[in-house]
Design a protein around this ligand. Sequence first.
Ligand SMILES: [Zn+2]
Length: 281
Amino acid sequence: MPELPEVETVRRGLAPVMEGVRIAQAHVNRPDLRWPFPDRMAERLTGARVERLGRRSKYLLAELDRGETLLVHLGMSGRMLVSGDPLGRFVHAHPAPEKHDHVVFEMETGARITFNDPRRFGAMDLLPTGGAHKLLDVLGPEPLGNDFHEDHLVQAFKGKMTPVKAALLDQRIVAGLGNIYVCEALFRAGIDPRRKAGRIAATRVAGLVPIIRAVLEEAIAAGGSSLRDFKQADGELGYFQHRFDVYGREGEACRTPSCGAPIRRAVQSGRSSFFCAACQR
Ligand SMILES: [Zn+2]
């Protein structure tokens, strides 16, 4: 499932193909993904120029010159493929259409952007630029933005009796953090994911802020190198190899020098937490 760094990597890959470019033709091949598409979506997108491609949490936001913004959520299995870009950044021939190519943008430059999503947990919607949207209105501060700071997190955790893992996954407290990067950040901070958020000393909570930023920034940097290798790849954006310290490493040795204890897995709110019981208290 794509998390914030994967979505940011997709944004960085799409921006040079979309920004300042008109969508010559939008094809919408089915009525819905997770939710129905907005009315006449293909017509509203065809001919529109993309002014700016932004991101909020795990949503891509393409601001159009018509006063509307296209919101794209990759969901569980959504993929963006770029082909035929005449700018020479992506030199992949247009592939034959596939079964799960649900939305296709033919850009005026000749580039083609394909949204493929076998499981259809993704979403697209149109909203007035700068306007409210049910998916955006509930979001807390961006983890890499100025509103996510030490005081904010300390206040948000105050009196909270939920585990710190659940608190960090709460999108109202910080937007866009998912299971993988919460596991990694808690490991680096030495905090047990099962510990109650409100019972952790304020200095340790404050210390989580720069760690969360660093974990995300390192993953985004890894995604950036995957984009540079793109001419050899197949035109798919956003998935890349990244080394995790705990995520997916149950039973393997902790990487802390002089530790080496086996990484443990615990299920919390239906999701796996990976942690080192020796290093994380
Ligand atoms: Zn350890």
